[in-house]
Design a protein around this ligand. Structure first.
Ligand SMILES: [Ca+2]
Length: 390
């Protein structure tokens, strides 16, 4: 081999090393970080004892993630409030952006909010989104669906826009749920409290439509003059959590209350949940709201929190990855930075424990993955997973 050949051989080897190392560079730049998580009695002062739980951070560079849902293949769709829909791959946790997402506006508490994968996604490909839209300097909540195909949304259909639009930039609600072909949408009071008691607007309501966006003929107010026929329940403040009971099929809603007034409610057709006439809370900084805690014709919450935990989304846990949690409701806490675990007791709940209270992360959404593990959106940027270490 002459000198030129040796140089060529060295050059080829160097290029090969560069190409190979380029090809195998990891998709995830940092190993997932792990922190000890603790679980303890909800009423206890200070931190609980170590509980054999750990919190693994799978992704930590999202921009205010708000909602998430799993695809049948284990991929996780996550919304960012700024208007982006991300797909997190199973196993590698590589993040890609879904194309064709409808335009939303990120103002105050609004933006791109919930994402829901249709229960029969494998047959129809539908994804549902809730998001804030603007008309001049006023805002509302819209729900659309589209089919997810090759990393993009196609066949976009607008199903619902809450009426009317308001300048206020808070209390959008916006959780989505499908049950037996019906789509449920939670809408907040938008800061206009008295309208939660009016059947002529969508403020402070849970909406029920067919999954294609039509008004079902058996909705409770379809025959009431001036009432909006989409309304299923009313008297809600800012319902940001919704999940279906695994055994009796009822729909439970977590409602972000005023100071000391977060609620967990069980939806009943046509019922009034009381806001702002009835609440266990008070104005931020003190001051009475409404008429007290009870009133004829209004539903009592199943659970209320004093002080408020700042409820986000909720999820029933029926998996077996954490033996002590079988048959629990998990409630995200934004203000008290925890997941509250309520043991199911018949159609109600029993004792409450708190998870992750030692980690100081705001929890926006919580879901059970197809692997039976609990996932959450935490700290304004992370997807985390809870794992048992022992
Ligand atoms: Ca209430």
């Amino acid at each position: 081999m002459n000198k030129i050949e040796r140089h060529l051989q060295a050059l080829v080897a160097a290029i090969l090393v560069m190409v190979i190392s380029g090809c195998v560079s990891p998709v995830v730049s940092e190993a997932p970080s792990v922190a000890a998580a603790r679980e303890g009695d909800a009423a206890m002062e200070g931190l609980a004892e170590p509980s054999g739980l750990e919190m693994v951070t799978l992704v930590d560079d999202l921009d205010e993630p708000w909602g998430m849902d799993f695809l049948p293949n284990g991929g996780l769709l996550v919304t960012e409030k700024s208007g982006h829909l991300k797909l997190i791959a199973p196993d590698t946790f590589a993040v890609t952006e879904i194309q064709g997402v409808p335009a939303s506006v990120a103002v105050g508490q609004g933006g791109l909010m919930d994402v829901l994968v249709h229960p029969e996604f494998g047959k129809n490909g539908w994804i549902y989104l809730s998001y804030t839209v603007a008309e001049g300097d006023k805002y509302s909540t819209r729900v659309s669906r589209a089919r997810l195909l090759d990393g993009a949304l196609v066949d976009l259909e607008d199903l619902f826009t809450a009426q009317p639009y308001f300048k206020e930039r808070r209390h959008f609600g916006s959780r989505l749920l499908i049950d037996k072909g019906y789509l449920y949408i939670s809408v907040g009071d938008r800061g206009n409290r008295p309208l939660a008691q009016s059947l002529t607007t969508h403020n402070g309501k849970v909406i029920r439509l067919t999954e294609g966006g039509a008004v079902p003929a058996d909705n409770p107010f379809v025959d009431v003059d001036d009432a909006l026929p989409e309304i299923w329940t009313f008297g809600h403040r800012n319902p940001q959590g919704m999940a279906q009971h695994p055994y009796n099929g009822s729909i439970w809603v977590a409602e972000h209350g005023p100071q000391g007034g977060d609620e967990l409610n069980v939806l009943k057709r046509g019922a009034n949940y009381g806001w702002p006439l009835v609440t266990y809370g008070e104005e931020y900084g003190g001051g009475k709201i409404g008429e007290g805690s009870h009133k004829g014709g209004t539903e009592q919450p199943l659970v209320y929190w004093v002080p408020s935990i700042g409820t986000g989304n909720i999820a029933f846990y029926t998996g077996d990855a954490y033996p002590q949690w079988i048959d629990s409701l998990l409630v995200s806490g934004l203000k008290l930075t925890r997941i509250s675990r309520l043991e199911l007791n018949g159609d109600g709940v029993g004792s409450e424990t708190r998870l992750l209270a030692n980690l100081n992360l705001r929890i926006r959404d919580v879901q059970t993955g197809p692997d039976g593990l609990v996932y959450a959106l935490a700290g304004g940027s992370r997807v985390i997973r809870l794992q048992v270490t022992q």
